[in-house]
Ligand binder design. Structure first.
Ligand SMILES: *[C@@H]1O[C@H](CO)[C@@H](O)[C@H](O)[C@H]1NC(C)=O
Ligand SMILES: *[C@@H]1O[C@H](CO)[C@@H](O)[C@H](O)[C@H]1NC(C)=O
Ligand SMILES: *[C@@H]1O[C@H](CO)[C@@H](O)[C@H](O)[C@H]1NC(C)=O
Ligand SMILES: *[C@@H]1O[C@H](CO)[C@@H](O)[C@H](O)[C@H]1NC(C)=O
Ligand SMILES: *[C@@H]1O[C@H](CO)[C@@H](O)[C@H](O)[C@H]1NC(C)=O
Length: 891
């Protein structure tokens, strides 16, 4: 199946040059020559030219500034033209009127990095952003403003919202970050998916939406504004699509281009949930369909998801990792083959860009019952030195049949389309890419078993001594958190107060304590009837722990669930202590100011001889937070505030303990994580940096798919992983938060788990695998590289698929563990030889690749020999990457 024919291509290549972004040397502070952004029905018009744009979603506070350059570079290398981010109001204005634009919240630094990389920025201000971020990004102090109602036609809310939006726009203007100032910002967003909840507010909803639009535009930022999921957006605001698929989306006006602000390439995860996975063949299909059917700007939500450090994760119950199954993983490593396959897709779309922008609309051709083509034709002016007109043509052929492949005839040729796939033909004849054929390598992520934390000399049996990079045998110490109110700042109130009204979200924890008197009659009644009194809580979120007389009676978790807990009460006075815990405040929905946390409705003791005891009106003593939090015993300077005692193995653990130790950083630059599989629930700090909440709640035992079939419409419960395993085991410790040795690790643990099996581990891609068949497409570079063209014709011998292997930076290929050109079977880490096998494969691949960071191998009989003539052959390679010590090897 020779996909590339002996065709004239050269005209085509010249055209490409015209559309590359010009990055010349510019005046200080400017990243581009100042340019304006407008739009028409087809696309954004950037500096006078329509553009087809690929955007990569990265949320700056979900990584450290030290990680930003690498993540942005990986986005650019993956084919992004634009970086997209929300802004995070509650991070920037933690206290009303007191702003934070430092460190992970240094949005100016982030925006400048984007510009310095020659990328554009789509800034989604919100300032309600959802984002699986605590309280959807809204500051919790907003709740305390008298008469406030969020996100509706409410004066107090509008004042605060406008204040923040203005603050951001003025900051960007002052830093010259808008396009017309030579900065990267090309688009702004106001509000976020407001259309989803607008009807909850009646006519006030529409009035608020219009106000928000007018307010935003009134700030004269000089670039267009968008509203996502807002079908009634005003004419002067672009309405955009957020979904798994947006190829059928049409904006609410024929004058607006088709923009996809959130292409959900994965999904978020909740504690106790399965891990979502969206197969790359389906994402590529969705993206290709979008551009096929007239789309012009697509943003991956997320391209890099990152980490919800501190207590920033949203609720209910969202986990600390925000990996999102994104092309760049939580640690900043490439997630393969996702990243590589999408990179190829983007390159193929870029090849079509001249025709896509030249045509005002596509020609539609029905190719079969579930097969269709869209063809873009137009005259292209080469804006190089010489003004020339070219006729260009690009086409997308889709097979939306979920089950069967199809052969279709298009412009006189026959094409085979795998099920649920799109072939991209940049010249309307030759296939450059098919969404279902993955040629990118797979990377198998490993974690080191390297560094044991103090374990009094003993090692886990599977650990080899040479793997212990930094043994540090200083012991653990512990300190017991008091159960119940502990401080001078506790207070007493007759009745149950709402959780957030008391904590202001300064801590997850709120203690409630009351005292009940039990008579001899009651005890006799229970003994005679062999029953126990019950504590009934009408409704509660997210976690409650119930202590009676200092002992834990039970715990419950859920989202506005009823709790019924049998308890032991003795004759006389009994202390009843409830600990209410939040695990991320609600981030989605209308009227969040009323959502609150903790308890709702009556709390009763039931099962008494003379009826129930209503505790709702009892006198309760309140205490916000933990004593250890209050005294900052996790901070480097303050950790001595606690009276730590040594905690040798075998010690009796308590519920609610703090543990402390020191550890040395693993050598090298690989990302570092903390393995908390052996723990229960709590929070963790390293050198005073809050790593986040942890919880080893397990995903359900079933409901995961062993085989993930990419075909058919994706939903977040399709292709899930991790059944029966803790939802999150590893917790990212950014390298920049570590020093070489003596790093302070402090853990607050709520259950009776002990810290002896905590490990510090590094993460890297040790094994890479790739599989490329003879009938795969030649590399996309062929379309723009003169070396393949001889006299305007592709020479046959050059037009062969190429397998590319690449280790992470700092690694090189140390060995070829499997290699076969022929008909090998199996999948990565389980390959085996087939009937047909070229015996020289392994030595040839070793010669080409070992010792190198990356290598490319032509998949062709001319390299490996034609062992079994007439059989379609596949090259399969499994290689091992090892750390390149010292200088990196030459390629
Ligand atoms: C952008 O548009 C404004 C207003 O129309 C105009 O004054 C300015 O010169 C334009 N800038 C560029 C770089 O085209
Ligand atoms: C443009 O035209 C000039 C003069 O006709 C010629 O010398 C030059 O090679 C042309 N450049 C290109 C890129 O075709
Ligand atoms: C929280 O406090 C506010 C006043 O600050 C009050 O209006 C509201 O009713 C309280 N919420 C609950 C659930 O008690
Ligand atoms: C307490 O919970 C139990 C178990 O659900 C129920 O039978 C009982 O009616 C509840 N009592 C009250 C007063 O809510
Ligand atoms: C109640 O006390 C009994 C006997 O001491 C004990 O076995 C049981 O675990 C206790 N139950 C609760 C809920 O505390």
């Amino acid at each position: 199946m020779a996909v590339l024919s002996r065709k004239l291509w050269w005209q085509w290549r010249i055209i490409l040059v015209a559309l590359t972004v010009q990055l010349s040397v510019l005046a200080g502070g400017e990243y581009f020559k100042p340019f304006n952004v407008t739009y028409d029905h087809r696309a954004l018009i950037i500096d006078g030219q329509r553009r087809m744009l690929i955007s990569a979603g990265i949320h700056y506070p979900r990584a450290t500034p030290e990680m930003w350059p690498d993540i942005i570079a990986k986005s650019k290398e993956g084919g992004a033209d634009v970086i997209e981010t929300y802004t995070f109001w509650n991070g920037h204005e933690p206290v009303r009127g007191q702003y934070n634009f430092e460190d992970r919240y240094d949005i100016v630094k982030f925006a400048k990095l984007v510009g310095a990389n020659g990328l554009y920025l789509l800034l989604r201000i919100g300032p309600y952003v959802c984002a699986e971020w605590n309280f959807g990004g809204l500051p919790v102090w907003l709740r305390d403003i008298p008469d406030i109602e969020f996100r509706t036609d409410n004066a107090p809310f509008k004042v605060e919202m406008q204040g923040f939006v203005e603050k951001i726009v003025e900051l960007m203007r002052a830093e010259s970050l808008f396009s017309w100032q030579g900065g990267p910002i090309i688009l702004l967003q106001i509000e976020n998916e407001y259309g989803n909840i607008e009807s909850s507010f009646g006519s006030k909803g529409n009035a608020y939406m219009k106000w928000a639009a007018e307010m935003a535009v009134g700030l004269n930022a000089g670039v267009p504004w968008i509203m996502c999921r807002q079908v009634d957006a005003p004419e002067y605001i672009l309405d955009t699509c957020n979904a798994y698929y947006c190829d059928g989306f049409r904006p609410n006006s024929p004058n607006k281009p088709v923009i996809w602000t959130e292409d959900w390439d994965g999904w978020y995860t909740s504690w106790g949930g399965r891990i979502p996975h969206r197969p790359v063949e389906d994402i590529a299909f969705a993206v290709a369909r979008f551009f096929q059917r007239g789309g012009s700007l697509m943003n991956y939500y997320m391209f890099f998801g990152g980490t919800n450090f501190e207590r920033t994760s949203g609720g209910p119950n969202q986990i600390t990792s925000y990996d999102y199954d994104a092309p760049v993983d939580e640690y900043g490593l490439l997630s393969q083959p996702k990243w590589g396959h999408l990179k190829d897709l983007h390159a193929a779309i870029k090849l079509c860009e001249p025709a896509l922008v030249a045509a005002d609309s596509s020609e539609y051709m029905k190719l079969g019952p579930m097969q269709e083509a869209h063809v873009y034709r137009g005259h292209i002016s080469d804006r190089g030195q010489n003004y020339t007109l070219y006729q260009s043509c690009s086409a997308f052929l889709a097979n939306i049949d979920e089950h069967k492949s199809a052969s279709v005839r298009f412009l006189g040729r026959v094409y085979t389309l795998p099920p649920w796939s799109v072939s991209i033909l940049p010249d309307c004849q030759n296939v450059a890419f098919n969404t279902a054929k993955v040629g990118a390598q797979i990377s198998v992520k490993s974690v080191s078993l390297d560094i044991a934390l103090p374990r009094e000399g003993s090692l886990l049996p599977q650990m080899k001594t040479e793997d212990i990079v930094a043994p540090n045998l200083e012991s653990w110490t512990s300190w017991k958190e008091p159960i119940g109110p502990w401080g001078d700042n506790k207070f007493t109130f007759p009745g149950i107060l709402e959780h957030l009204n008391v904590t202001k979200d300064l801590s997850d924890y709120l203690w409630y304590k009351t005292r009940v008197y039990i008579s001899e009659d009651d005890v006799l009644f229970w003994e005679q009837n062999q029953v126990k009194p019950l504590l009934n809580i009408s409704s509660m979120r997210d976690v409650v722990r119930i202590f009676v007389n200092g002992k834990l009676s039970g715990s419950a978790k859920g989202h506005w669930v009823k709790v019924v807990q049998p308890i032991n009460l003795s004759q006389g006075y009994n202390d009843v202590v409830l600990l209410s815990e939040t695990v991320g405040l609600q981030n989605y929905g209308a009227k969040l100011e009323k959502d609150g946390a903790g308890f709702r409705g009556p709390i009763k003791l039931v099962g008494f001889k003379n009826g129930d005891l209503d505790l709702t009106k009892s006198s309760w003593t309140y205490q916000v937070g933990l004593q250890g939090e209050y005294q900052k015993i996790y901070a480097v300077d303050e950790s001595e505030n606690a009276r730590w005692t040594t905690f040798p193995p075998g010690s009796t653990p308590f519920t609610f303990s703090w543990y402390k130790t020191h550890f040395d950083a693993p050598d090298g630059t690989d990302p570092v994580s903390l393995n908390l599989r052996s723990m229960g629930k709590g929070q963790v700090w390293v050198n005073g940096h809050h790593i986040g909440r942890y919880w080893t709640l397990e995903a359900p035992k079933d409901g995961c798919q062993n085989i993930c079939d990419y075909r058919g419409a994706y939903k977040s419960d399709k292709c899930t992983k991790n059944c029966g395993e803790p939802t999150q085991v590893w917790y990212h410790i950014p390298r920049s938060w570590l020093q070489k040795s003596g790093n302070l690790l402090v853990i607050f643990e709520e259950t009776e788990k002990t810290p002896f099996d905590i490990f510090v581990q590094t993460r890297f891609s040790k094994i890479i695998c790739s599989k490329v068949s003879e009938d795969y497409y030649p590399p996309l570079e062929i379309w723009s590289s003169t070396s393949y063209v001889k006299n305007g014709v592709f020479s046959d011998s050059d037009i062969v698929p190429v397998m590319k292997l690449k280790c992470e930076d700092g690694y090189s290929i140390s060995s070829i563990e499997f290699a076969s050109y022929g008909t090998p079977h199996g999948s990565c880490q389980a390959f085996s030889l087939g009937n047909c096998h070229a015996p020289s494969t392994r030595s040839l691949i070793s010669q080409a690749c070992v010792g190198k960071n990356s290598c490319a191998i032509r998949v062709s009989n001319s390299i490996f020999g034609d062992t079994c003539r007439g059989t379609l052959k596949t090259l399969v390679v499994q290689a091992r990457c090892s750390s390149t010590s010292g200088s990196s090897s030459a390629m």
